[in-house]
Design a protein around this ligand. Sequence first.
Ligand code: G4P
Length: 295
Amino acid sequence: MDNIDMKNIQWFPGHMAKTRRAIMSNLKLVDAVVEIVDARIPLSSRNPEMDRLVNGKPRMVILNKCDLADDKATQKWINYFNNKNITALAVDCKSGKGLKSFVPTVKSKVLKELLEKREKNGMSGTPVRLMIVGIPNVGKSSLINKLAGAKRAKVEDRPGVTRIKQWVKLGNNTELLDMPGVLAPKFEDQSIAIKLAFTGAVSDDILDIETLAMKLLIFLKENYSESLKERYKIEYSGNETGPDLLIKIGKKRGMIVSGGEVNTERTAITVIDEFRSAKLGRITLELPEVKQHEK
Ligand code: G4P
């Protein structure tokens, strides 16, 4: 029951090769690559091939869904990327929070050198062109829609109609390739797959929902104990197992089946849904590793 069915979450290899080719061929059309990740799992929602794929192109990381993540943790992640010389910006593409700084950040940091060179060569009129990449569900379309607003053209999605490469003008002489690069998530180990499942980035089918919820409850007990107690009005000593917590919550919520037992499936669905909609508070599932001397 505990074993993740990795087959269910591996992408079809042909599909991956195709998207990889599409990203590589579009890369020569843009000045920088904008990699969008989930602020709750900034590493688990990256694709390991990214470094190789961008091939030295300037890039930045967007920490999206920061409305769902822990602010302090998000700041740690921004520092983490900055220390690697990657500009990072926290945004919420649902409300648009943080997006005002997007173009100015690209121009003043990510493409500073290129723009200075263009200026010197009298080419400052050349548009700045960007490509968005990221794993499914991370918010690529939301980002493009929010940045482009009404300017985004409706694209016909009918068989036989070739999708034309479109550029969305963002103002300020900046254009976005309206064809995000969809990367596969990485499944290097089970803990990454589980974090992706917690956030809903991959199908829930990789694990049964009860196991998924119990794993989440253990994480919450260890890292966000107060949020857990407060949300479900439960008390615990700390030695509880996943099933203990699930049953406590089910009882508290009155999710009982005939015979008096807790309906663990319903309880599990509730826990996962409430986590995903931030009813348990703003929670980050992974932190950058801090080296001993940096503590
Ligand atoms: P994709 O193109 O990368 O596949 O992702 P997409 O923009 O479709 O976003 C996937 C889901 O994540 C959507 O929810 C979207 O609303 C949500 N989302 C995107 N950015 C943010 C954000 O910054 N904060 C929050 N809280 N959610 C975000 P959905 O349930 O699929 O659709 P809906 O809720 O918009 O109807």
